[in-house]
Design a protein around this ligand. Structure first.
Ligand SMILES: Cc1cc2nc3c(=O)[nH]c(=O)nc-3n(C[C@H](O)[C@H](O)[C@H](O)COP(=O)(O)O)c2cc1C
Length: 420
C-alpha cells in the first residue's frame, strides 16, 4: 500500500522526557517517507535533545521560543499551527497533556497546540505512576473527548527502572498512527457562524439518561486460585462508558477484571463472575439504555473446589461445566425492568454477521454490535475494532477504527435510536 506521507506537513512538538531522543528517530522515519517536518522543542525538551540535532534532522530551523522576535516575524505561532496537515506531540509529557486538557498557553508548544485548527495526535511517555495518576487519566479522558488522537503508550521497562504502561510508542508505530490520522479529516471544524444566543458546546444528547454498560471478561473459578477466563481487555466497553458520560449520561459500568481505570465520573461496579455481573446489572436498574459489551463466560465449573486442587492427589482432574446465566437475554426479555434500548455485543470468530442476526432474534435485544474476534483480527486486547450493527432494520458495517472512535460513533447512533 502506498504511503499517504509524501508532501504532508507535520508539526512535531518534542516534550521534555527521556524519550525525546525517539523524537529524533521519528523525524528521520517521517522524512524518509517524504513528509516535511517542522519541530517545536519545549524548554524542558532542550534538556534532553539539542536544537542543533532537531534542526539537522528536519532540515529546518527549530522553534523554541514564543517571544522570539525573529521567529514571530518569519513564521508566527498562529501561522505555524495552521500551516501543518497534522500536529504530533512525541513524547507528550504529563505536563503537556495537562496544559492541553486545560487550554493553558504559556509557551510556544502549548500556545500552538491551543491555536491550531488541525488534528492533533499525541504519543505520551512518562513514568508509570505519572501515567496512572487520576489527574493524568482525567486529562486524557478530556483530550479524547476533545477529539485528540492517541498512540500508546506501550507497556514495558522504563528508564527509571519501573515496569508498566508509560513507554513511548516506537517511532514506526507513531508513523503508522500518523498515516491513519492523515487518512481521515485533518481539521477540527469550527462553527461557521456562532449566534450570540447559541451555546458553543453542542447539546449533550444523553443528558438526563442513565446508561448501564458492562465490560471486560468474567473469571469463573476452578478453585480458590485458578479460573477460566477469556482474552477480553474491556477497552471497548470502557471507551463506550467514557463516550456515554461525555454525551451527558449518568453511567454505571459493571466490569469484570481488567487492567483499566474507570473514566472519572463513571460509577464503577467491579465483579468477577457471570453470576455477580447479572446481580450487579439487576441492582443498577432501572436504566434508560443498557449496553452489554462484556465477554461473559458461557460456562462455569460445576463444583469449584473450596481448596486448591493439589497435583498428583487424584490424577489429572476433570471438570464438568454448567451454563452461566444469559445476562443479555434475561434483561431484554424482562418486560418490567427492560431498559427502552438494549444493545448486545456478539464476538465471533466466523460467520460474524449470520451469528449476530440469529443472536438478535434469540436474545430479544434492539441492536447487536458484531465483531470478529479471530486471532488474525487483533480485536481482543487490541486498540482497534471493525463492527457490524445488526438490527431489525438491517446490517450496517463500519470501517476499521480505534475503539474510542467506535465508542463515540456508537453512542451518537444509540442516542438517535433512543430518540434523545
Ligand atoms: C531526567 C528526567 C526525565 C523526565 N522524564 C519525563 C517523562 O518521560 N515524561 C514526563 O511526562 N515528564 C518527564 N520529566 C519531567 C518533565 O521534564 C517536566 O514535567 C517538564 O516540566 C516537562 O516540560 P514540557 O512538557 O514543557 O516538555 C522528566 C524529568 C527529568 C529530570
Amino acid at each position: 500500500m502506498s504511503s499517504i506521507l509524501p508532501g504532508k506537513r507535520i508539526l512535531l512538538v518534542i516534550g521534555g522526557g527521556i524519550a525525546a531522543y525517539k523524537g529524533l528517530e521519528l523525524i528521520r522515519r517521517l522524512r524518509e517517507r517524504g513528509a516535511d517536518v517542522r519541530a517545536i522543542l519545549t524548554k524542558a525538551g532542550e534538556a534532553f535533545v539539542t536544537p542543533l540535532s532537531v534542526s539537522a534532522l528536519t532540515g529546518d530551523k527549530v522553534y523554541t521560543d514564543l517571544f522570539s522576535l525573529t521567529d514571530e516575524a518569519e513564521m508566527g505561532h498562529i501561522e505555524m499551527s495552521r500551516d501543518a496537515d497534522l500536529l504530533v506531540v512525541a513524547p507528550a509529557t504529563a505536563d503537556l497533556l495537562a496544559k492541553m486538557a486545560q487550554g493553558v498557553a504559556n509557551d510556544l508548544a502549548s500556545t500552538t497546540l491551543l491555536a491550531t485548527d488541525k488534528k492533533v495526535l499525541v504519543a505520551p511517555a512518562m513514568n508509570v505512576r505519572m501515567w496512572l495518576h487520576p489527574a493524568t487519566q482525567r486529562n486524557i479522558a478530556q483530550l479524547k473527548q476533545d477529539g485528540v488522537a492517541f498512540v500508546g503508550p506501550n507497556d514495558g521497562e522504563m528508564a527509571c527502572g519501573e515496569y508498566g504502561p508509560g513507554r513511548l510508542s516506537e517511532p514506526l508505530e507513531i508513523v503508522a498512527a500518523i498515516e491513519r490520522a492523515l487518512a481521515g479529516p485533518t481539521f477540527i471544524p469550527l462553527p461557521v457562524s456562532v449566534r450570540l444566543d447559541t451555546p458553543l458546546l453542542p447539546a449533550l444528547p444523553l443528558a438526563g439518561k442513565h446508561v448501564l454498560v458492562t465490560a471486560g471478561p468474567t473469571h469463573e473459578p476452578i478453585d480458590p486460585v485458578r479460573y477460566i477466563a477469556n482474552r477480553s481487555s474491556g477497552k471497548q466497553g470502557y471507551a463506550i462508558a467514557a463516550a456515554a458520560l461525555a454525551a451527558g449520561a449518568r453511567v454505571t459500568l459493571v466490569s469484570g477484571p481488567v487492567a483499566l481505570l474507570a473514566p472519572p465520573g463513571v460509577k464503577l461496579v467491579p465483579v468477577e463472575t457471570a453470576r455477580e455481573m447479572l446481580e450487579a446489572v439487576e441492582e443498577a436498574l432501572p436504566a434508560d439504555i443498557a449496553i452489554f459489551s462484556a465477554a461473559v463466560a458461557d460456562w462455569r465449573v460445576a463444583d469449584a473446589g473450596a481448596q486448591k486442587i493439589k497435583k498428583g492427589e487424584a490424577g489429572t482432574p476433570s471438570f464438568s461445566l454448567v451454563e452461566n446465566p444469559d445476562i443479555l437475554a434475561t434483561i431484554a426479555h424482562d418486560a418490567a425492568r427492560r431498559p427502552s434500548l438494549v444493545v448486545g455485543f456478539a464476538a465471533e470468530t466466523e460467520h460474524v454477521v449470520e451469528h449476530a442476526k440469529a443472536k438478535l432474534a434469540r436474545k430479544g435485544c434492539d441492536l447487536i454490535i458484531a465483531n470478529d474476534v479471530s486471532p488474525e483480527s487483533g480485536v481482543m486486547g487490541g486498540d482497534r475494532n471493525r463492527v457490524h450493527l445488526v438490527s431489525a432494520r438491517g446490517v450496517e458495517t463500519w470501517p476499521d477504527m480505534d475503539k474510542d472512535a467506535v465508542a463515540r460513533a456508537l453512542v451518537a447512533h444509540i442516542a438517535k435510536l433512543a430518540g434523545a
